[in-house]
Design a protein around this ligand. Structure first.
Ligand SMILES: Cc1ncc(COP(=O)(O)O)c(C=O)c1O
Length: 358
């Protein structure tokens, strides 16, 4: 009988909703209005010949590298950050190794690391989801070969200073340290280029969030050229599709579009946090395009009531330390208006503010 490898048999399953997401989608941290019009124009100009060819990644890698101000051999375009994580795990982890992640965090670190057969060490965040620097240091062993950190973190929205992250990387020179900056545009904190001093450091960025291109599946993995050559060996030469590759230069060139969207999200984040504060709902200050709020036992009814109003939210109750928590993606000013109005209604309907005020 055919059996999957043991680590796969015991692998936790990641269950994001994969269909039926009609409405105002504040559940996946996507850009809520879509990509730059320049990307759409480029899409409309694609022809059959371009679709028929295998994709050519290198020229676009050079453009992405120039945009980041680094060398082409320090960059690999990937099929989303998901693939960047997968490739790092494939490159650096074996069955005798250990990977450290901080929980709660993005699910794919655990899945990709555990699938290799490596042991995944989960370090719990400190109170209020503060970065557990000392506990991570204490967890590093001779077997640690990967440390994956989302900065800002998902689902908490908290961010650690680059200085602290670099200190961590310098403490674990035999481990690949991935700083996943999927939400960089909403935060501004980065370790870009620091691998020149720390040759075990990697950085990931995505086109799925601020750039509004989640369905194209494009991300960037960057790091020291010598290590990137190893990761490149593991990647398919055609990992990023030609349609995404055709569009990425336009997306990168239209920074005005990205800035305009990010500014609205940052203003909305402030507004939403003030509103949650005013209503007496616990939340954690966020540096990303979402806010995590604790509704306790009202969490499920709250999400259902929002759903009935056409607003989708993500229940994060099953994440470590997140019982009763919902994650709310922030969109444009109009969408924040709509959300805040619905929030007021639902809070009244369910008596939530009174409950959390006592
Ligand atoms: C921290 C983090 N990294 C990576 C991803 C996935 O990015 P991509 O769409 O580029 O695979 C997400 C998506 O939610 C995320 O929150």
């Amino acid at each position: 009988m055919l059996n999957a490898r043991e680590p796969v048999l015991t692998l936790p399953t990641y269950h994001p909703p994969l269909s039926g997401r009609e409405g105002l989608r504040l559940d996946f941290n996507e850009n809520t209005v879509g990509c730059s019009p320049r990307v759409l124009q480029r899409l409309r100009r694609l022809n059959a010949d371009q679709i028929a060819r295998y994709p050519e990644r290198e020229p676009v890698e050079a453009i992405a590298a120039a945009f980041l101000g680094i060398a082409s051999n320090e960059v690999l375009l990937t099929n989303g950050v998901d693939e960047a994580i997968h490739l790092l795990c494939e490159t650096f982890l074996g069955t005798e190794d250990e990977a450290i992640i901080v929980v709660p965090t993005f699910s794919m670190y655990e899945i990709s690391a555990a699938a290799t057969g490596a042991r995944v060490i989960k370090v719990a965040a400190e109170a209020d989801f503060r970065f557990p620097v000392h506990a991570i240091f204490a967890s590093i062993t001779k077997r640690t070969r990967l440390i994956a950190i989302a900065n800002p973190n998902n689902p908490t929205g908290s961010a650690e200073s680059s200085t602290e992250l670099l200190r961590l990387a310098s403490y674990a020179p035999d481990a690949a340290v991935l700083i996943d900056e999927a939400y960089f545009e909403f935060c501004g904190e980065t370790v870009l280029g620091a691998w020149r001093e720390l040759p075990n450091l990697f950085l990931a960025r995505t086109f799925s969030k601020a750039y509004g291109m989640a369905s194209m599946r494009a991300g960037i993995l960057a790091g020291p050229a010598a290590q990137m050559a190893m990761v490149r060996k593991v990647a398919s030469p055609y990992n990023v599709n030609g349609i995404a590759l055709a569009c990425l230069p336009e997306a990168l060139a239209d920074q005005e579009y990205v800035r305009g969207y990010v500014d609205q999200v940052c203003a909305g984040r402030e507004r939403l946090q003030q509103e949650l504060q005013r209503l007496g709902i616990e939340y954690w200050p966020s540096r990303a395009n979402f806010v995590l709020a604790r509704l306790g036992e009202s969490c499920r009814p709250f999400i259902s009531a929002m759903n009935r109003r056409g607003i989708l939210l993500r229940d994060r109750s099953s994440d470590q330390g997140c019982a009763g928590c919902v994650r709310i993606t922030i969109g444009t000013a109009d969408q924040t208006d709509r959300f805040v109005r619905a929030l007021g209604e639902v809070v009244d309907e369910l008596g939530i503010a009174q409950a959390s005020a006592v």
